[in-house]
Design a protein around this ligand. Structure first.
Ligand code: ZN
Length: 137
């Protein structure tokens, strides 16, 4: 794959490296609290629900519900080739919300509460972005 992707690419830090490594494997990885079971995103060392630091990384279902969205018309650097695009918040079945894009669905057909599933967009040799599309069922 050639590196022709020109849009900004997120940079992993120590707390989010497994999330991005999982994306490259086409898996949606989230931190989960071993004390209370709560899933969390963004990843952080302490559970916001019970304050435990006992955590694991676990594979999430990759399914959720479109919680909110907007249509971007501003042409920021790297986006000049797009007429408009959506940005969305998906509430994952595990609970956390993820900021993403909905692909394969015309913007005019986007509605809150539609069921969505993760798709993995390999934008470069090193980076895979997690986007969502309408779930098949
Ligand atoms: Zn907890």
């Amino acid at each position: 794959m050639t590196n022709t992707y020109t849009k900004p690419i997120p940079q992993a830090d120590a707390e989010s490296q497994e999330f991005y490594d999982g994306a490259r494997r086409h898996e949606l990885m989230l931190m989960r609290c071993l004390a209370c079971g709560a899933w969390r995103l963004p990843s952080r060392p302490r559970c916001p629900d019970c304050l435990s630091t006992d955590t694991e990384w676990a594979k999430a279902s990759g399914r959720g519900t479109l919680y909110s969205f907007g249509i971007m018309h501003q042409k920021f650097p790297g986006f000049s080739d797009e007429g408009s695009y959506n940005y969305a918040t998906v509430e994952l079945d595990e609970g956390p919300r993820i900021v993403t894009n909905i692909v394969g669905v015309p913007d005019a057909e986007l509605r809150c509460d539609i069921r969505v599933a993760a798709v993995y967009d390999d934008v470069s040799d090193d980076t895979t972005l997690i986007r969502f599309t309408r779930a098949s069922s």
